[in-house]
Design a protein around this ligand. Structure first.
Ligand code: MRU
Length: 349
């Protein structure tokens, strides 16, 4: 039986991609039906679909849908396929999963130059399905490794959203708590609201509530006090790109959480699948950080703008946590410990 996830799936005729619009959560459960490359590009760029593994899964199925409308003859098909993949890849620069999934889809095409375009379609669908199936297995394994660290009653602080809708199932950073809850374990989770786009408030607290987990929503600037109060035993976050030396890009504000955790002696863990590890990227300095529209800070969510008109904004969507602040990187293959240059290479090279 094929693995299907609700938040990214094919339409019945397989000519369109259907996604849960994450911008409308938690109040509205609305789906977008996407048929063109422009619609797919916009869905990623505007964060209708988001989370590093989820955009990789999305990209796989998107290329299968788009391939059905491409020319039959091979040189033209190949050119159109590469062009569409490069276009989708340009929608967001930081999460490596997008490029990783698109490269996998391109390799299916490049590996069979003599094959008719129509015969490539089942192979492309199978590859997209494999990306999804592998993510489900990886998230489950990551959740098990993370859960093994936790004792009942522990408090875990997380930042942004690395749950089921950011992946396939379970998620990464909150996967251990979701898996634990299914096994009757009890944890307290503190979810940073995650300015400016509120993934923690809108998505993480919603997913954890739905899973019956004790979740407390805090503003980003409250992480220090909950740590000082002794309520946090671990910090777990997801990742968008892990460099070869362990430097890790994740949602803006993650590095601040790691610095606070160091101050209070709380272990800070990154949780992510091998599809997020980029051994070709030497350090965090080589990761491109997406910069977004300043209106997300000035006026989004407010009934009226909350900043003087025209004020200058700096709105990086991600930051890099220095490897020295990371106690471990929890992957599907186990937990990498410092020095990461060796431990990551040993597992993933
Ligand atoms: O801008 P977003 O919402 O796509 O950022 C998402 C994150 O930073 C997540 O923590 C990361 O992608 C990991 S999702 C398992």
């Amino acid at each position: 039986m094929q693995n299907i996830i609700d938040h990214v799936h094919l339409s019945a005729d397989e000519r369109r991609l259907v996604i849960l619009d994450q911008r409308r959560l938690p109040l509205h459960r609305e789906y977008l039906v996407l048929a063109t490359a422009d619609q797919m590009y916009d869905a990623v760029k505007s964060l209708a679909v988001r989370g590093a593994p989820a955009i990789g899964i999305f990209a796989g199925f998107a290329m299968y849908v788009l391939a059905q409308g491409m020319p039959d003859s091979r040189p033209q098909f190949d050119a159109a396929f590469h062009k569409a993949a490069d276009y989708l890849n340009s929608s967001r620069p930081t999460a490596v999963n997008l490029n990783w999934a698109l490269q996998r889809m391109k390799r299916v095409v490049d590996a069979a130059p003599a094959c008719a375009a129509a015969q490539l379609l089942p192979r492309l669908k199978a590859e997209a399905q494999a990306i999804l199936d592998e993510d489900i297995a990886m998230c489950r394994a990551i959740s098990e490794h993370g859960l093994a660290l936790l004792r009942d009653g522990d408090g875990i602080l997380t930042h942004c959203n690395a749950g089921p809708i950011a992946t396939s199932r379970y998620g990464t950073a909150i996967g251990p708590m979701i898996l634990g809850a299914q096994q009757g374990r009890h944890f307290r989770v503190f979810a940073d609201e995650t300015r400016p786009l509120l993934q923690g408030a809108r998505l993480t607290s919603w997913e954890l509530q739905n899973a019956g987990i004790d979740v407390t929503l805090i503003c980003d600037n409250m992480a220090s006090i909950v740590m000082k109060n002794g309520w946090v035993q671990y910090c777990f976050t997801g990742c968008d790109r892990v460099a070869a030396n362990g430097d890790t890009a994740n949602k803006i504000g993650t590095s601040g959480v790691a610095i606070l955790a160091k101050h209070y002696g709380i272990p800070f863990y990154i949780l992510g699948p091998s599809s997020t590890v980029d051994l070709n990227c030497p350090t965090g300095a080589d990761i491109v950080i997406e910069e977004r529209d300043g209106d997300e800070i000035r006026e989004k969510w407010y009934a009226e703008p909350m900043a003087p008109e025209g004020v200058k904004c700096y709105n990086p969507a991600f930051d890099v946590t220095d490897h020295a602040l990371i106690a471990g990187i929890i992957t599907e293959k186990g937990i990498c410990r410092p020095p990461y240059t060796e431990s990551l290479r040993a597992l993933f090279d």
